[in-house]
Design a protein around this ligand. Structure first.
Ligand SMILES: C[S@@+](CC[C@H](N)C(=O)[O-])C[C@H]1O[C@@H](n2cnc3c(N)ncnc32)[C@H](O)[C@@H]1O
Length: 290
């Protein structure tokens, strides 16, 4: 399936190059990892990647990050303190197999004895959601109003289902870089949040220290696709995932995009609009709907 996706990407690149050569054409392009593809193709290419990795996604996350993604996700959710003041209605977009949703519900219950906080998990990919549903069946949240799964595009959440000014907390973890239009995702986040509510994004980011950056590049470009081949039989998807990290905007650029969508953020520094984790390998951005 992935081979098909990448053949398709190559075709798209060819079409795109052709298009760029033509001054009459107005085709818009975007990045798919290091490739440039027509905007309308990215969604299906990304879908093919996650169709391919869905069944091995959790295992591969542990293998490629040595489990560190768990610490980052714990830090992310702890920093948001869901349930501290009162139960919250959350939407976890690009929620995949439910890693963030589960942490939100556990945090609210374990820290604040809150069994009313709820999370709506939204993802464009049915197979990732199916893995999440399988996993939630083993938890106390299964068949409760605290969790639900929805197949939808972060860039255009159906307004009848995801109404304006509805949620207290919007989370998106390692998902926004896969979306074709980051501003469209942010605009939707702003629409569905209540005034005063929080947007929070955990995403791979830019490493400040040049030595750490070189080591991290060396590791990610050599080891991650290799682990993808060995453990999941899929090099291309993991190559894309590494490349897509490098294409994501820097911390100040992303903070500006969040402000452009109408959120108020802290100052343009680590500890303000964002908090770096592990020197910027990942970072948490937050904004409050004005
Ligand atoms: C790397 S996974 C992250 C999953 C989960 N949030 C986590 O942290 O483990 C990225 C997810 O983004 C989803 N995704 C990609 N593009 C999307 C879009 N336009 N709308 C909604 N979900 C999308 C993928 O299907 C995939 O499940």
């Amino acid at each position: 399936m992935l081979a098909r996706a990448f053949r398709c990407a190559r075709r798209s690149v060819a079409r795109c190059n052709h298009t760029q050569a033509s001054p009459q054409s107005s085709a818009r392009t975007t990045s798919f990892g290091f490739k440039t593809v027509p905007e309308e193709d990215k969604e299906s290419l990304v879908k093919d990647v996650f169709d391919s990795v869905a069944s091995k996604y959790d295992l591969m996350n542990d293998a490629t990050s040595f489990g560190v993604h768990r610490l980052w996700k714990d830090t992310f959710v702890d920093s948001l303190k869901p349930g501290r003041k009162a139960p919250v209605r959350c939407i976890d977009v690009a929620g995949g197999t439910g890693d963030i949703a589960l942490r939100i519900l556990d945090h609210a219950r374990e820290k604040y004895a809150d069994r009313e906080t709820s999370v709506e998990i939204v993802d464009i990919n049915a197979q990732m959601l199916a893995e999440g549903q399988k996993r939630f069946k083993k938890t106390m949240y299964h068949y409760t109003p605290q969790v639900s799964f929805h197949e939808a595009n972060a860039q255009e959440l159906p307004p009848a289902q995801f109404k304006d000014n509805t949620y207290d907390l919007y989370t998106i973890a390692f998902g926004i870089r896969n979306c074709t239009s980051i501003p469209a995702v942010l605009e939707e986040a702003h629409r569905v949040l209540k005034p005063g509510a929080t947007f929070a994004c955990l995403e791979f980011s830019k490493v400040g220290n040049p030595l750490l950056s070189a080591l991290y590049d060396q590791y990610s470009f050599s080891m991650i696709p290799l682990l993808g081949t060995i453990l999941a039989g899929d090099r291309d998807s993991y190559q894309y995932l590494v490349e897509s990290i490098r294409k994501f905007p820097s911390q100040p650029e992303f903070a500006q995009m969040i402000r452009d969508a109408g959120f108020v953020t802290g100052g343009d520094h680590d500890g303000g609009a964002w908090t770096d984790l592990w020197g910027g390998i990942a970072s948490i951005h937050t904004g409050v709907k004005a």
